[in-house]
Design a protein around this ligand. Structure first.
Ligand code: RAT
Ligand code: ZN
Length: 436
């Protein structure tokens, strides 16, 4: 932009009737975008939440909120407590320590700490409390069966996709009990243990009456497919999903490479079910931190492109953990119609980076992507994760529509509402072949 353009803009905006008009139009646009983003329900396509039918796996309340692994990692930035001593503490004592350290002795400015503040605020609880007694009392009064409806309504989330591990004993019990799962909670069949640790998965799969072995013989491949076929029948997953390391390669001469090529991708094609590839996690960078000890690395996006090219009939959902991979992911999506970028995952689920990623996706892909998922592990987190993301998505959309208007076309209210609906739910449901 040169100096004369700047002057012209100023003149137009502040010095004339035309300026008044354009300010009024902008105000109108802002209101329409904000309303659409606030009022359009979200299908949250990747979380670690569980429906109430899963019992103790359905986490909510202040002690769970504070024991979030994002906050545990932050605790050690300030506290002198040793990792070992922290893990020896009771959950309530851990929550007390996290509250005192991150919220009383320090100002909760990080995304994850601000999130807890936003949840307390949403429930009318004291965000400045010296201790957790008021919050504990409030959550103790909530009923595990009714609370999801309350939280989903506040967060304006219509549907939640869980992360379901077919090798997890606690989950297996629920699936096998035939319990009717809350219809707002959908399954996603997680393949991490199968793909990233085959030798440990073998005895667990065999325990479920399949015959597989370390060597991945032809019969093991067949049996693993049968294992997945059966679990797909039980869970009716919206997609199969896996998180992959930053050094993930495709094709790859490894158990994972063979399982992907000979089991997972053909299963997806046969069942017409999508595959979600979450790429870039470096597990156990600091094992002493347990779940909080994972890191990230920049990955090779061309591995994803090769999967998309070799499997044109399989719908691929994908997200990358490294900021550096985001632009390449957008370009890959322009090349492969079976690729759907989604969400700002984990370490890139921060305001400044969500803004950057969402804007570059709009610039390169229009509305043909899924801007966000929450990754919530604790029910209440839906409230802050979605309000934070909505704010940023609204800003990005507003600027895009304002640019469009500057270039000669004003988007209508109906168009804006249609666009937000696509981004918040339709792109997902269409891809997983389910109509809502
Ligand atoms: O964001 C998270 O909570 C991580 O711990 C992971 O669970 C990640 O989202 C994943 O799905 O692997
Ligand atoms: Zn996750």
């Amino acid at each position: 932009m040169n100096d004369s353009t700047v002057n012209n803009d100023k003149h137009e905006t502040f010095g004339s009737a035309a300026g008044d008009e354009s300010r009024a139009a902008n105000f109108d646009l802002r209101r329409i975008v904000d309303n659409a983003v606030r009022e359009t329900p979200v299908a949250d396509m990747h979380t670690h939440l569980f429906a109430a039918e899963f019992g103790d796996l359905n986490l909510f309340g202040i002690d769970e909120l504070l024991n979030y692994h994002y906050l545990i990692a932050e605790l050690f930035r300030y506290s002198s407590v040793s990792y070992a001593d922290f893990w020896r503490m009771e959950k309530r004592a851990q929550a007390d320590l996290i509250w005192r350290t991150l919220f009383v002795e320090n100002t909760p400015l990080s995304e994850a700490t601000r999130g807890v503040i936003a949840v307390l605020q949403a429930f009318g609880l004291n965000t400045n409390a010296a201790n957790l007694s008021e919050a504990r009392e409030f959550f103790a009064d909530q009923n595990a069966n009714d609370f999801p409806a309350k939280v989903l309504a506040i967060a304006n989330v219509s549907d939640v996709v869980m992360t379901n591990d077919p090798l997890d004993e606690d989950e297996i019990k629920v699936w096998k009990s035939g319990a009717k799962i809350d219809a707002r909670f959908h399954a996603a069949l997680r393949l991490d243990r199968l793909l990233n640790g085959w030798t440990e998965a073998v005895p667990l799969i065999n325990k479920q009456n399949y015959r597989v072995s370390n060597d991945l013989s032809e019969s093991s491949i067949k049996e693993t497919r049968r294992f997945l076929d059966d679990w797909i029948a039980v869970m009716k997953p919206t997609y199969l999903g896996v998180s992959l390391p930053d050094d993930f390669a495709f094709p790859e001469d490894s158990a994972r490479g063979k399982l992907l090529t000979e089991v997972v991708l053909p299963t997806c094609e046969n069942h017409n079910v999508a595959l979600s590839l979450m790429i870039g996690v470096r597990r156990k960078v600091n094992p002493a931190l347990k779940l909080a000890g994972d890191g990230l690395g920049r990955a090779d996006v061309s591995a994803l492109s090769r999967i998309c090219a070799a499997n044109p009939n399989v719908k691929i959902l994908s997200t990358f953990l490294s900021r550096e991979n985001q632009h390449e992911l957008c370009v890959a999506a322009r090349k492969f119609k079976n690729l759907m970028p989604f969400g700002c995952w984990w370490f890139v689920n921060n305001g400044s980076i969500i803004s950057e990623i969402t804007r570059e996706r709009i610039e390169l892909l229009g509305t043909s992507f899924i801007p966000q998922h929450s990754d919530a592990r604790v029910l209440d987190q839906l409230i802050y994760k979605w309000s934070f993301s909505r704010r940023i998505i609204a800003d990005a959309l507003f600027d895009s529509y304002a640019n469009l208007e500057r270039d000669g076309r004003r988007a209508t209210k109906a168009e804006i509402e249609r666009d937000v609906k696509k981004m918040f739910s339709e792109n997902f449901w269409n891809l997983v072949h389910q109509q809502k």
